[in-house]
Design a protein around this ligand. Sequence first.
Ligand SMILES: Cc1cc2nc3c(=O)[nH]c(=O)nc-3n(C[C@H](O)[C@H](O)[C@H](O)COP(=O)(O)OP(=O)(O)OC[C@H]3O[C@@H](n4cnc5c(N)ncnc54)[C@H](O)[C@@H]3O)c2cc1C
Length: 288
Amino acid sequence: MIPAEFDYYAPQSLDEAIQLLREHAEDGKVLAGGHSLIPLMKLRLATPSALIDIGRIPELRGINRSNGTVTIGATTTHRMIEFSEELSDALPIMPQAAKVIGDPMVRNRGTFGGSLAHADPAGDWPAVALALGATMHVRGPDGERTIPAEEFFVDLLTTALEPGELLTQIDLPVPAGKVGMSYQKFRHPASGYAVVGVAAVVTLDEAGRCADCRIGITGAGPFARRATEVEDALRGQQLNESTVRDASELAGSDMEFLGDIFASEEYRAQLVKVYTRRAIMDALARLP
Ligand SMILES: Cc1cc2nc3c(=O)[nH]c(=O)nc-3n(C[C@H](O)[C@H](O)[C@H](O)COP(=O)(O)OP(=O)(O)OC[C@H]3O[C@@H](n4cnc5c(N)ncnc54)[C@H](O)[C@@H]3O)c2cc1C
């Protein structure tokens, strides 16, 4: 339970952090809230020789809204999101999801960017980022680039981040029109992580039909993904219990499911359908 030895760095600026990441490209690691990395280090499943703590870089933290987009700095904590008035007004699914992450200690330390970069298959934020159409801003030795959420989560604990790259901020577009959004999760009773979590963002047209719908699923498979089969089935439809139930039955139809001693693959496959229906129905109940 004691980590292997490592050097600790606490850069005060983004440039300094990028320089340190370049110097320790081989086996250095970024430290954000430490609530996923430190447990792995204690178990010696991760043995970085250098930790680059990004928690003292002011420009990486905060929530800002402008021109129809909310931008969240990578080291913004779950708690800051939970209590953000800006977000509860613009993107209420964000505080709703933050509230169900771990416990108060985890929410106080854990960060939005750390959670996305870690890509835990049972993490909550990846589903929400997919449903909202997030764009990740990344900085590395070769400069800056952006990655859409769909291309960011590539496998179990694996993202599109290259070695030496830092996730700096995340853009979340604020959908216009009549929009309802909800995150529904079946919590693991011991850890609180998502056995299955589904985020739904539903937009209705003037006639009350589904103009657009984005659904993100986490917990069920090795990495979070969109339920495009459900989205396609809902677009153009009047949404009611019956149409939503029929479409939700398609959820996970081409997914690879994880199974463990708590929840088998078959159980997760069933949960995905049930939680997809619940997330869409709750999004409709929250329409303005
Ligand atoms: C008891 C417990 C319960 C939890 N319950 C939940 C839960 O219910 N739902 C949930 O979603 N999560 C849960 N978590 C995880 C928690 O949300 C973590 O905080 C989160 O997964 C990782 O964020 P962090 O800031 O702690 O990252 P860290 O642990 O510091 O880092 C995690 C990984 O991401 C990398 N990294 C971090 N930031 C960046 C960045 N900006 N750019 C590039 N790489 C980066 C690190 O190098 C490391 O590999 C739980 C954790 C604990 C300990």
